[in-house]
Design a protein around this ligand. Structure first.
Ligand code: BEZ
Length: 262
């Protein structure tokens, strides 16, 4: 998701490119849909739905589901792919729903959105008492090796590492506290490694080009290829195995419920 005032604002959300090169995002999300376990009578929101792939999987259960995303481009593509479903542009920190929901679902989005407290307050307001929030995103330590390599190499090419996005990668305790404060009780949480294959010989370069736009743009155009070669050299020992690049993803997977009035 992206809006002009958030940390994703410099991210080039080209929906077709995203679906093509980063299909692993929604493919991994299938297990989160299983965890959600949507039921036919339920009303569910897919928060940060992107191109709607997982929204459509949730809809297969018979649940009534809609998707929101801050990116106009993503929403346009979701509408094109799934014309029978409802998709709207909205900010995760400032959305409302027409009627209270059974569940809010979110995959691979919340590490882009600050402050997390604003998201949690909106999720709380959107849910029925007892309704559930099922989310997965980057947790503490996510892509730490990619970031370390970028921090080392960017200054060598005259670019500041401060231009990297302000990603939010909380620990379980930190995020459960944010949810608790908003009136959501965490019922399960997992933080786990998910080394993620980046397709092709240019996998690392493509990932960085897509997700660290401002930092890459700060490298003079004539030095870009040298920059990527140096970045690959810096990251190779830790992130290149068996002939392929892997990003050191760590996922935080969380289920929380809106507290019932006592
Ligand atoms: C992630 O899914 O963890 C992620 C994706 C893009 C940029 C940073 C993190």
């Amino acid at each position: 998701m992206a809006s002009s005032s958030d940390p994703t604002a410099n991210t080039a959300w080209n929906p077709r490119l995203y679906d093509d090169r980063h299909a692993f995002v929604w493919k991994h999300g299938a297990s989160l849909v299983e965890l959600l376990s949507p039921q036919p009578s339920e009303k569910i929101l897919d928060l940060g739905c992107g191109t709607g792939r997982l929204t459509a999987q949730i809809a297969e259960s018979g649940a009534t589901v809609s998707g929101i995303d801050a990116s106009f481009e993503m929403i346009a593509e979701a509408r094109r792919l799934y014309p029978a479903l409802t998709f709207n542009t909205a900010d995760a920190r400032d959305f409302t729903v027409d009627e209270p929901l059974d569940a809010v679902f979110s995959n691979a989005v919340l590490h882009w959105v600050r402050p997390p407290e604003a998201v949690a307050a909106c999720v709380h307001r959107a849910l029925k008492p007892g309704g559930r929030f099922v989310a997965e995103f980057g947790g503490r330590g996510n892509v730490s090796r990619v970031i370390a390599a970028l921090r080392r190499v960017l200054p060598e090419f005259g670019a500041s590492a401060d231009l990297l996005p302000a990603w939010y990668y909380p620990s379980i305790a930190e995020y459960a506290a944010v949810l608790e404060q908003a009136g959501l009780e965490t019922t399960s949480a997992r933080l786990f490694d998910r080394p993620t294959h980046l397709e092709g010989a240019d996998g690392l370069k493509n990932w960085v080009t897509m997700f660290a736009v401002a930092a890459v743009d700060a490298v003079p155009a004539e030095r870009r290829e040298a920059f990527f070669a140096r970045l690959e050299a810096a990251a190779r020992d830790e992130l290149f195995h068996d002939g392929a690049w892997y990003a050191d993803y760590r996922r935080l997977q969380i289920v929380a419920v809106r507290k019932r009035a006592v």
